[in-house]
Design a protein around this ligand. Structure first.
Ligand SMILES: N[C@@H](CCC(=O)N[C@@H](CS)C(=O)NCC(=O)O)C(=O)O
Length: 186
């Protein structure tokens, strides 16, 4: 069975959200990060960087949440994507984990980057329900989990961006979201 390694309140819940969407069986291996389990040789053999999440699928080890999401989509996703769609999924996942995450979570960047990033995202969600159009994809897991953290973790109000607010609400109503990201306590 596929194993997902994570810690309490870690980015592993992003991958877990997508595993639940895909409805594939997996085991969540909860590391005690307070006790430094992610820095022990057993885990460094899976991810030498000592970060979570990581997965083991058969003999295959993979880390970095974005790479894991793309792998899961390609291997287990019900829809087979064209080259162009795969490139767009990669575009949004890389955007989520680099541009969007550093723009929002790095406090020194937030005031400058929030309006620059949220304004075009709001415009996109005024036109369409999901990032690639009318259908939920793995891109929504990556970008949506960063956007969902804004009210959940940073306690910032999204009301100036009503289409993003509605998008996050739409995602948060998904059972797989509620079981994973939505059940994080802080
Ligand atoms: N870009 C990585 C970030 C991984 C990351 O920083 N994970 C944190 C938990 S959310 C971690 O393992 N921190 C432990 C440490 O830095 O010692 C990803 O998305 O997988």
């Amino acid at each position: 069975m596929l194993k997902l390694y994570g810690g309490a309140r870690s980015r592993a819940s992003i991958v877990q959200w997508y595993l639940e969407e895909l409805a594939i069986p997996y085991e969540f291996v909860m590391l005690d990060m307070q006790a430094g389990e992610h820095r022990k040789p057993e885990y460094l053999a899976i991810n030498p960087m000592g970060k979570v999440p990581a997965i083991i699928d058969g003999d295959f080890k993979l880390w970095e949440s974005g790479a894991i999401l793309l792998y899961l989509d390609e291997k287990y996703g019900k829809v087979k994507h064209s080259l162009e769609e795969r490139a767009q999924l990669a575009q949004w996942i890389l955007f989520a984990n680099s541009t969007l995450a550093t723009g929002i979570f790095v406090e020194a960047n937030r005031e400058r980057e929030m309006p620059r990033l949220m304004t075009p995202l709001n415009e996109i969600f005024q036109r369409q329900q999901f990032l690639l159009g009318g259908t939920f994809t793995v891109a929504d897991v990556a970008v949506g989990s960063v956007l969902a953290y804004i009210p959940m973790m940073l306690k910032l109000d999204l009301s100036s961006y009503p289409a993003i607010y509605t998008y996050v609400k739409r995602l948060s109503e998904r059972p797989a979201f509620q079981k994973t990201i939505g059940s994080r306590s802080s």
